[in-house]
Design a protein around this ligand. Structure first.
Ligand code: ATP
Length: 516
């Protein structure tokens, strides 16, 4: 299936099964804002729990925080967001569509990479076992030509971004023959800077009101609380502060569903270290974060690091964890070595000393920071993408009987157990409810008695429920039920009194945490 079709299916699946709805859909929606439905909120909460526990529960030197969304406006001067949180935008005069100039160029770079990947795939098929990929990459003329084009474009692009050279960005778009995907023309306006922060007024009277911002990242809430937490928690370096919360960005190009939203949620860790040790911790957090992703079991080949050529104004090393979405490898998480930029800047703007006294060396200094920052919503999309599976159950018979199943890690599934009485009579519903009452304190159960068992299984498959139990007449005699496993569709007979322990162990977040 074409990758774009898969993505369209995912979006409609998320809506049909109560995962994600467009915001205020009743009024035709609000661009790039989404609501999470009955199943979506459960999956989202489980993702957050997996992250939070992996940070705060498993690391005794990491503690949590929940800072407010509104912050003193000077925060955003100190952080650089008022002056530098801009995206370069460009409009196409014919389609009237607006784009991010850097994204147009990145898409062009990705096209060169795709061309190379296609050549490699073709050659691998042709040469079979004897194929030497490295040799092919080093010697094939078409690959080499595309690699050269990629490198030249990338070097020019990185320089233009680093120099904030907007005229050069436009020139690159023209030189590369990048056309508007809607109008097909290169009738572009000049490239302009656009600040991504949303602002509003705080205070009731026009004279007394002051302009404040909706935070564009959760990180600054941590930095301004560094001293509070360090002092009250008597924290010693290295230590970390973890936070999950909403962030807001007035994204120019809002597309790809919940990949790029205007209101979204971040899970951020700021890890404070001694100056000079930051790159060591940067490397170890890279490794630990990748392990966190891989523990979900979606396949190593779908993840990669992408080291930044263009470093943000505050960073001395940066990488992204990228996942292979249907629209290509894209960032899900950023890992940045932020130096002492933030704390030093808040010290300067607030006029208050923000330092750490090291009892061993008897010195005071501003700690350096390593940050890991991941979007909850983007992680949600990553997981749904990886879990979405279509299977033809009658393939061998040459027929088509499709089942859609979300192969979610059981610990993340919105519903862990579906409790299904075979019929609505003979006391089966009552028995089913009784079983459910013994389980509902430990994990999320769903009771369903409508439609045939087969259809009920399919509905549970579509939301990723790992286990279904059927209560039938035999249950009334010997207190056993049929348990059906989502991925294999295998069924077995088990005693009711063994259910709780067996299922609890398999659906617990601990199953993931123990892999870290
Ligand atoms: P991008 O380059 O995609 O705009 P970024 O580099 O600006 O992202 P960061 O500022 O590093 O992103 O934010 C950390 C994480 O927050 C990202 O890896 C992503 O998962 C998430 N994130 C950032 N912007 C958005 C958004 N508009 N919608 C959803 N998630 C987002």
């Amino acid at each position: 299936m074409v990758q774009e079709d898969i993505f369209k299916k995912l979006v409609s699946h998320c809506k049909e099964y109560g995962f994600v709805f467009p915001s205020s859909e009743l009024y035709d929606g609000l661009s790039a804002v989404y609501d999470y439905g009955q199943n979506g909120v459960e999956l989202k909460n489980n993702i957050k729990k997996y992250w939070w526990d992996s940070m705060v529960l498993l690391n005794e030197e990491v503690v949590g925080l929940d800072a407010a969304i509104f912050m003193h406006p000077t925060t955003w001067k100190a952080s650089g967001h008022v002056d530098a949180f801009n995206d370069p935008l460009v409009d196409n005069r014919d389609s009237k569509k607006r784009y991010r100039a850097d994204v147009l160029i990145e898409d062009k770079l990705a096209k060169y990479e795709e061309k190379i990947a296609k050549e490699v795939a073709k050659a691998a098929k042709r040469f079979g076992e004897a194929f030497d990929e490295q040799q092919f990459l080093d010697t094939n003329p078409r690959v080499m030509a595309n690699r050269e084009k990629y490198d030249q474009l990338n070097a020019r692009f990185v320089k233009a971004m680093n120099d904030t050279d907007l005229a050069e960005l436009k020139q690159i778009i023209l030189d590369e023959g990048i056309n508007c995907p809607v109008s097909g023309t290169a009738n572009w306006t000049d490239v302009r800077q656009f600040n991504l922060m949303f602002s509003t007024e705080m205070g009731s009277t026009a004279e007394g009101a002051s302009k404040i911002y909706l935070r564009p990242e959760t990180a600054q809430g941590i930095f301004v609380n560094y001293l509070n937490v360090q002092k009250t928690g008597r924290m010693k370096l290295p230590f970390g502060i973890a936070q999950i919360g909403k962030a807001f960005r007035n994204e120019i190009v809002a597309r790809q569903f919940i990949f790029r939203m205007r209101e979204f949620e971040q899970m951020e860790l700021q890890y404070f270290v001694k100056p000079g040790s930051e790159l060591k911790f940067f490397e170890s957090w890279k490794e630990r974060r990748m392990k966190w992703h891989l523990a979900l079991g979606f396949g190593e080949e779908n993840y990669r690091f992408h080291d930044h050529d263009k470093l943000a104004h505050y960073a001395n090393a940066a990488t992204d964890v990228e996942f292979k979405f249907p629209f290509g490898f894209k960032e899900v998480e950023g890992i940045h070595s932020r130096t002492d930029f933030d704390l030093a800047s808040h010290q300067k703007f607030s006029g208050k000393k923000i330092q750490y006294f090291d009892p061993e060396s008897n010195e005071s200094f501003t700690p350096f920071v390593v940050e890991t920052s991941i979007g909850v919503d983007r992680m949600f999309l990553q997981i749904i993408t990886a879990a979405y599976t279509e299977e033809n159950l009658s393939k061998e018979a040459g027929k088509e009987d499709m089942r859609v199943v979300l192969k979610l890690p059981p610990a993340l599934a919105p519903v862990k157990l579906a409790v299904l009485p075979l019929t609505k009579k003979d006391g089966l519903p009552e028995k089913a409810r009784k079983i459910m009452d013994t389980m509902k304190f430990d994990f999320n159960c769903q009771y369903e008695e409508k439609d045939s068992i087969g259809r009920r299984y399919r509905r549970q498959d579509a939301i990723g429920t790992p286990y279904c139990i059927t209560i039938d007449h035999q249950t009334m005699e010997d207190d056993t039920v049929t348990i059906r496993h989502r991925d294999t569709m295998e069924q077995e007979r088990v005693a009711v009194n063994s259910l709780l322990d067996t299922i609890k162990e398999k659906v617990d977040i601990k199953t993931l945490l123990k892999k870290l």
